[in-house]
Write a new protein. Structure first.
Length: 567
């Protein structure tokens, strides 16, 4: 055994000895899996460094635990009620059999003593481990907990309960017993349909002679229902009762929140806003999905070099990381993903948000409230007296907030925030236009990310296409792109598995690291064009180029790329 190999722990050393990974790969895997709060084996499998089957065989030998093919196990026979689903998913460990006071648990990594202890404590049983393949284990966990937030195929509005204090008298014009039950049923159905279809927003819109309900699915509005216009006030009243708004107030906008209990252990939140319009109140609901904060950076769609820059900036001890893009471009999910990576017991993290969308355990989240003087700037000032390591500001809207954020970044804190600009270079000039001194921008900002969300082509029905070569060249494709036989361009078709040929979304990013050259341009009050030119010399890809790469990877279409990016 070499001296270098002996520096690794038991399992890592055994994997190297078996030839599944080399020492350099293992060192990288140990470092990055810890940074991403991902176990060693999940990291090796997800990054295709070693095959799940080969790892499982080696793990079984190392720990002298039996090896089992979990894909042969009937999901209905699994005692899923013995251990909380959160623990199962957190540790990727699934109870599969109970005999007396012993609970047999399928794991890909039996060295996780913390997982064994948590399951033993939660189940009050003695735990014995069985080794299974990492990829098959994940699939089996998803099938066992098929009634979770990500699967609503068997869920109906009749299963739904609302976490509110019901008010018996809604309103004079909504207290009709004949109409009330259908309205309640219709609203519940719309909420359930939105969750099942993966919508991000629901719009209930009254007009003079019609009423319309639309969902935003994969970033695009789609009409879903047209109930009788006579029910407009009743639908609005029902939604306001559910979100605990004042149903007697129809003259001003109101904000509320709905918590839907999908099952004993499952709930999902909606952020609700009412707006008085010419023909009644328009109600918009935003679905707040906690699982989006736990996606992990690999699910966001960063290219490898962009991911590396993002993680490097996150783990710097101080400085500012800015994310920019229009509403609905996924900035919040990117911020929450970054916070989730940084969320350890060693870090004190505080956030100021308007409003807090997703509750993250272990992070101190503050709802700003300008009406009582709790602005982003006031929250930031308070954070700096609370011994923070990492601070997240929902949005930098004014000079005061910007200056305090810059000061925090310069005095040993990591600051994450968002701005509304069209590109990464424009973000720096936007700060300058706000009034932030050029020196402060150059010395505080580490990384700027601009992003968009494009609809993802359906894997089942997308088909190859050959658009006119000249047209592709005009929108940014290069001769090398088109001459490479490995590059295939696809177009949407449409099937029973998708909507109009698209299913889900994929992120398109431009990630700009602040280099010494860019810092010098900022100090000289250069404009966004100067900054972009300097960035391009260091390998920077703008949104259009990043979008083209997503097209060449077969993830989205040319039409969709053009819709969400601009040159």
């Amino acid at each position: 055994m070499s001296t270098t190999t002996s520096n690794f722990g038991g399992l890592a050393r055994r994997l190297i000895q078996e030839g599944l990974v080399n020492q350099e790969q293992m060192q990288t895997a140990l470092t990055e899996s810890q940074q991403q709060q991902l176990g060693l084996i999940p990291y090796l499998v997800e990054n295709k460094i070693a095959a799940a089957n080969s790892i499982a065989i080696t793990v079984s030998k190392e720990f002298s635990d039996p090896l089992f093919d979990i894909s042969t196990l009937n999901p209905e026979s699994i005692p899923k009620d013995l251990v909380d689903e959160k623990i199962v998913r957190k540790f990727n460990a699934l109870p599969i059999y109970k005999r007396g006071q012993r609970l047999f648990v399928a794991m890909s990594d039996p060295s996780r003593i913390d997982a064994i202890d948590a399951i033993a404590f939660n189940s009050r049983l003695s735990v014995e481990t069985i080794v299974v393949e990492e990829d098959k284990l994940k699939q089996r966990i998803d099938s066992v907990f098929a009634d979770s937030m990500d699967n609503f195929s068997n869920f109906s509005e009749g299963d739904l309960s609302v976490d509110i204090d019901e008010q018996p008298d809604l309103d004079a014009d909504t207290n009709d017993g004949v109409e009330e039950a259908p309205v309640v049923k219709f609203v519940n159905k719309m909420l359930v349909d939105a969750i099942r279809m993966g919508a991000s927003d629901l719009h209930f819109e009254p007009y003079e002679k019609t009423y319309r309900v639309r969902f935003r699915i994969d970033g695009v509005m789609q009409k879903m229902a047209s109930p009788p216009v006579q029910l407009a006030s009743k639908i609005a009243a029902r939604l306001k009762v559910m979100s605990q708004m004042d149903i007697s107030e129809r003259r001003i906008p109101q904000d509320g929140r709905i918590k839907l209990k999908l099952s004993k252990n499952k709930a999902i939140d909606f952020r609700v806003n009412s707006l008085p319009t010419l023909f009644g109140e328009k109600i918009v609901l935003r679905i707040l999905d906690p699982s989006s904060a736990m996606l992990g950076i690999d699910a966001l769609g960063y290219d490898p070099d962009q991911k590396e820059m993002f993680l490097e900036a996150l783990h710097k001890p101080q400085g500012m990381l800015l994310i920019t893009g229009p509403t609905g471009s996924g900035k919040t999910v990117s911020l929450y993903t970054g916070l989730n990576i940084l969320n350890t017991t060693e870090s004190n993290i505080s956030t100021a948000e308007d409003p807090v969308e997703i509750n993250l355990e272990g992070i101190n989240q503050v709802n700003v409230n300008p009406k009582v003087g709790l602005t982003f700037a006031q929250a930031l000032k308070s954070f700096l007296r609370q011994d923070p390591d990492i601070v997240m500001v929902g949005e930098i809207r004014d000079l005061e907030t910007a200056e305090i954020a810059v000061k925090a970044a310069q005095t040993g804190h990591m600051v994450l925030s968002t701005l509304h600009t069209n590109s990464a270079p424009e973000t720096l000039t936007r700060l300058h236009n706000m009034g932030v001194a050029s020196f402060n921008i150059a010395t505080s900002v580490n990384l700027v990310i601009a992003q968009r969300l494009a609809r993802r082509l359906c894997k089942n029905c997308k088909k190859p296409t050959t658009p006119p070569r000249q047209s592709l060249l005009e929108v940014g494709f290069t001769e090398a792109d088109l001459d490479n036989s490995d590059n295939v361009i696809y177009e949407p078709v449409g099937c029973s598995e998708c909507r109009n040929g698209y299913k889900g979304r994929v992120g398109i990013y431009e990630v700009m690291k602040i280099t010494p050259d860019i810092s010098r341009i900022i100090m000289e009050n250069g404009n966004a064009i100067d900054i972009k030119d300097a960035a391009l010399k260091n390998g920077f890809r703008d949104l259009r180029r990043s979008g083209i790469l997503k097209v060449l990877q077969g993830l989205t279409s040319v039409q969709e790329m053009l819709r969400v990016t601009s040159e």
